[in-house]
Each structure stands twice: as structure tokens, then as C-alpha cells.
Design a binder for this molecule. Structure first.
Ligand code: SF4
Length: 436
């Protein structure tokens, strides 16, 4: 093993996915989210859907999502009923009524934990209220060991256009050490079924820095990914938010971090990007590589980063509607009980100011490696280079990015650690608060 593990990856969030920080969203602002749903929509803004399916076979040691393991068909049926009721209420809101879905994302948890029968039933029941047939992209997250050939065909049948397969690593010892439920033979079988079914877009996820990762094994991972030739490859750098099993063991038992340091993880991603470039892949963000920039899109991400309306459905899911951030209740029983009374299960919300929306869209687009300034300047009526002059100038001097008249372009060094650069653009009161 040649990896330097002497320095640690500490407990705390690294990945930035929204602004202002989630810790600032409050229950007091829930009426604003409900009000936004009751307002007539702006027809120029696309509408999307995020649906959270919180079931998994097993809890991975690095997981920080709201998940429930080993749930039976009865609980799943009750949950699908709640989703249907939530859908019915949402579809009838003035802000949603009569609009078509432009994109949808089924995340988790493990959406593919549902059986073929449950998936068809979900599609049939939800379509009565709001259909994703109009959507340009329907992404569905899959855990390899939950798939079978019939289920993959069902995904195609219910309209999934983009399958995202959570591979994470190809080494069984590493998968087991990190608490993953699947092993590599299941990845290969699942990938064949997915290829045979012929989805327009297939993504595989990898994580740089799982417990036990080494230089040699990581190289084998990206070589294998290149051989498989998916349309997209997403590479996350392992982080340790507060609620992971690993973080809890570190905090409660004094265990030292078992994760490689940030410098090592960045080097691993850099090596993977270089290698995959030889196979025709292009970085479309600090995490995502695509094979064909002409055809390979991630419509959900593009809309999320540009302030489109996204309806949150399911326990603990996050939405953004007519300028308001919101999140649903994050315990499954509370979520289902609230829906049963006919009330939307929104738990906390925030109404960002125009300046905060500008920061949000700017920093999220930084994650794509380049920000085109004219659209943002037109949308928010500000001179971006003047607005963020200190941070841009500091980061340009440090070699993280280049500022030109109409764009900001990150260097490879900047892209590999983009999330660590973004707090400098936050309003001062949000720079040192806890992120989640
Ligand atoms: S499969 Fe995904 S959502 Fe489920 S426990 Fe593992 S990391 Fe969490």
C-alpha cells in the first residue's frame, strides 16, 4: 500500500449543494413555502420533480442520507400511498396545476429497492395526478444488488431515461469494509442488463477514498470504469458528515479517521480524469465526466444549479419552488402521518434574498468548472466580477481559476477542490456556520 494515510479527513461536511447553508433553514419559514406553491407560476421556469425513496438493504458506513434498512412490502406500500397523496395535493396547487414536468430524479436511499410490481404501481398511481411522460430526463438511482433483468426492463417501461448505478468501487474487500450491500459480480451483471435494455444515458458512481483504498486499487477502478464505457462517470471524494457511522465511531470511540487525506483523494481524482480523458471523457464538473459533450446531459443538475422549480416529494427531500427553499419532514412516520391528514409535510424552509440566490447560482455553477457571466448578470442585474472581486482575485492569484470578460474558468487544481473554494463567496454570516 503506497497511500499516505497519515493526515486525516476530519468529520464535517465538504460537499456544497445549496446556499444559504441548510442549518439556516427554519420551521418558521414553512408558510412561505406553502405560499409559493399557491402562487401562479412563471411559465418560463422549468418544473422538475425530486422523489426520495428512503429504503436500503444495508446502511453504508459513509452514508449521511435518511434511510431505513430491510423494510417489508407493507411499509413500502404505505410509503407509496403517502407519495400518491402528496402528489395529489401538490398537483392541485395553483403553482403546479396544468404544468408539465421537464425532468425528474428518483434518489435515495435506494429507489431500486422497490420491486417491479411496486414500481409499476407507483408510476400508475402518480400518473393520475402528474405524469413524468413529458420529462426530457428521468433519472433513477440503482444499487447493483437490488436489480434483476425484469426490474431493469421495468425501469425502461416506466419511462426512466437515465440510470445511475452506485458502483462506488470494484473491490469486494473494500466494498465490504465500507458496509456496502453489493459486491462486484452484481455490478457486472446489472451493467449488462442495463446495456441490453438500452437507456439513453447510463451513469456509474465511484468514490475516491473509501476505507482501505490504495493507489493500485484506485487505478484498477478507473481502468475498469473506462472499459465499461458508460455515458457518464461520477466520482465523489469521500467526506465524513456528522451523521455517518464512520464519523460517529470517530467522535464516540476516538477512532482515528480511516479515510485518506484530501491531498491523496484529489490526486486520485486527477489521475482518473487524466486516464479517462484518453478514453474520450470530458469533465463536466468537479465530479462528473461525460463521454460526448454534444449528447450527454444531466438536465436535473443543470436545472438545480440554475434555480428551476423542483418539487420535493418523500421523506426528508429538498425542493426549491418559486424562489423558496424547503425540506420535508425527515422521519418516515411523521412524514406519513402528516400526509394522512391531508397536510403537506414541509418541515423547514428559507426565502433567500436576491443576493443569496445570486450566490447560490454562482457557486453551484462554479462546480461545473466554468461560469458564463452574461446569463447571471442579466438575471440578477449585477456585475459579477465587481460583486465577487475579492474572492475572484484571491482565487485567481492562488491558481484556482481564471477570470475573463464573460466567464470564470476553473483550473484543474481549482476543480479538484472546488467545494472548498465556495464559502469565500458566501455572505459573512454564513462562512463559519455549520453547513447542514
Ligand atoms: S446505498 Fe446509498 S443511500 Fe443506501 S445506505 Fe448506502 S450510501 Fe446510503
Amino acid at each position: 500500500m503506497t497511500t499516505d494515510t497519515s493526515a486525516t479527513t476530519e468529520v464535517g461536511s465538504y460537499f456544497i449543494s445549496n446556499y444559504p447553508p441548510f442549518s439556516q433553514w427554519k420551521n418558521d419559514y414553512v408558510p412561505s413555502a406553502l405560499e409559493a406553491l399557491n402562487q401562479e407560476p412563471d411559465a418560463s421556469i422549468p418544473l422538475g420533480l425530486y422523489m426520495h425513496i428512503p429504503f436500503c438493504r444495508k446502511r453504508c458506513k459513509f452514508c449521511y442520507f435518511r434511510v431505513y434498512t430491510q423494510q417489508n412490502a407493507k411499509t413500502i406500500e404505505k410509503y407509496v400511498q403517502s407519495l400518491e397523496r402528496e402528489f395529489a395535493i401538490l398537483a392541485d396547487k395553483p403553482g403546479v396545476r396544468g404544468r408539465d414536468l421537464d425532468f425528474a430524479y428518483f434518489g435515495g436511499g435506494t429507489p431500486s429497492y422497490l420491486s417491479s410490481k411496486q414500481l409499476r404501481s407507483l408510476r400508475d398511481r402518480l400518473t393520475e395526478h402528474l405524469s413524468w411522460e413529458t420529462a426530457r430526463e428521468v433519472t433513477f438511482e440503482c444499487e447493483p444488488g437490488t436489480l434483476n433483468e425484469d426490474k431493469v426492463k421495468t425501469l425502461k417501461e416506466i419511462g426512466v431515461t437515465r440510470v445511475s448505478l452506485g458502483v462506488e468501487n470494484f473491490n469486494d474487500t473494500i466494498l465490504e469494509a465500507n458496509g456496502r450491500a453489493h459486491l462486484s459480480p452484481e455490478v457486472l451483471k446489472a451493467y449488462d442488463w442495463i446495456q441490453n435494455a438500452g437507456f439513453p444515458q447510463v451513469n456509474i458512481d465511484l468514490i475516491a477514498g473509501m476505507i482501505g483504498e490504495t493507489d493500485e486499487n484506485w487505478r484498477e477502478c478507473y481502468e475498469k470504469a473506462a472499459e465499461m464505457q458508460p455515458d457518464n462517470i461520477t466520482i465523489y471524494q469521500m467526506e465524513l458528515p456528522h451523521n455517518t457511522i464512520i464519523s460517529q465511531e470517530m467522535k464516540e470511540l476516538g477512532v482515528t479517521s480511516p479515510i485518506a487525506n484530501w491531498e491523496t483523494k484529489r490526486r486520485w481524482v486527477d489521475e482518473a480524469m487524466n486516464y479517462l480523458a484518453e478514453y474520450g471523457y470530458h469533465a463536466s464538473s468537479g465530479n462528473e465526466l461525460i463521454r460526448n459533450p454534444e449528447t450527454d446531459r444531466f438536465i436535473y443538475r443543470d436545472n438545480l444549479f440554475r434555480g428551476s422549480d423542483i418539487l420535493a416529494t418523500g421523506v426528508s427531500s429538498f425542493g426549491h419552488f418559486q424562489g423558496v427553499h424547503y425540506q420535508n419532514l425527515d422521519k418516515i412516520d411523521e412524514y406519513m402521518d402528516t400526509i394522512a391528514t391531508g397536510v403537506l409535510p414541509v418541515n423547514r424552509a428559507l426565502v433567500p434574498t436576491d443576493h443569496q440566490r445570486l450566490i447560490r447560482e454562482f457557486v453551484l455553477q462554479m462546480k461545473e468548472g466554468k461560469v458564463s457571466l452574461p446569463p447571471l448578470q442579466e438575471k440578477f442585474g449585477v456585475d459579477i466580477r465587481a460583486e465577487f472581486s475579492d474572492a475572484l482575485s484571491n482565487q485567481q492569484s492562488a491558481g484556482y481559476l481564471k477570470v475573463e470578460d464573460d466567464r470564470v474558468t476553473l483550473t484543474r487544481k481549482g476543480l479538484l477542490q472546488v467545494d472548498s473554494l465556495l464559502t469565500e463567496y458566501f455572505e459573512p454570516q454564513h462562512r463559519s456556520v455549520r453547513y447542514t
